[in-house]
Design a protein around this ligand. Sequence first.
Ligand code: UDP
Length: 358
Amino acid sequence: MRILVVSTAVGPIGQGRGGGVEVTIGSLVRGLADRGHQLMVLAPEGSEPCGCPMGAVAGQLQPPWQQQPRDAPVLQPPDGVLANLWREAWALQGRHHVVLNLGYDWLPLWLGPCFTTPVLHLISMGSLSRAMDDVIGDVAVAHPGRLAFHSRSQMESFGIRHGVVVGNGFDLNTYRFVQEPEPLLGWVGRIAPEKGLEDAAAAAALLHMPLAVWGRLEDPAYKNRVTADHPACDFRWQGFLPPVRLRQELGRCAALLMTPRWQEAFGNGVVEAMACGVPVVAYRRGGPQETVDHGLTGFLVEPGRIGDLAAMVERAVRLDRHRIRRRCQERFGIAPFAQRLEEWILAAVGPDTLRSRC
Ligand code: UDP
């Protein structure tokens, strides 16, 4: 198939604004290209290469939904890159069998049915806006096969029970395995309230262990608040590292904490840590409750229970790091992810569309 992928409009690929979507695009392109498909990616100007031909699109970045209240209206900035991306996708659709939307935005979901080429949506976050819930609900009724989600709990946050769940995939050979970690806890994510850094800080303080924090500073006031509220936490701020460098660093940690306040759709950091042999202690919420094998690759804790987080870290550091990495390889490689994506696309597009565009 010739597949046109449209990236998120919140930022150029490689700068961290797009969060997990930036890693997902790399895996998706690699995996589908390995299966013989031809891909092209449209992304905001300034994006890093992602392994296939790309179209760079200019315009003002889209404000992310997770920074807005639940009842917020749909925003369209003047000369917005979101509208420009989808104008370009409209122009290029005839040369492709399918358009794959990776942005969590209202416009492509609303516009998709008007395209002559099927537009499929890989939804990257859980329910957090009424406008988005409505438009995702509309697609779920009219074209249910055109939606896919990263985890079951993410899908169910939209009230959808029987949709397509594709998980996520990672180039596991690029993650450095470390057998002997440092006495260091890790935390990975955009530094923003929904990611719940404060709970990890409280647990690290209880354990008297330093906490390395990797991620883009999205909300400086939030970072100041967390720092001021947790004077006993020894924060080791690492800034945002390019994904390939992060993969060399994560293995230093004795354990990774994942303490989201929101319905984390997948939580790439969980799998990326496990790829380095690092056990994960995560809240039993969203994607991590499906990716952590309790007692094997880490432990799950009821959200908000700081004492339990600390207690589980003490057990997690005794887990076998080789087994963690092996389990991760069994579950989260690029090849099975690409196969699930291909099955989803073929089922949604149908043989007639494929034949008519050959
Ligand atoms: N990340 C990175 N460098 C950093 C911190 C994070 O490349 O310094 C990547 C990380 O590898 C992960 C992504 O940012 O793949 C964050 O995705 P996640 O699903 O954890 O959260 P999101 O930001 O999408 O809510």
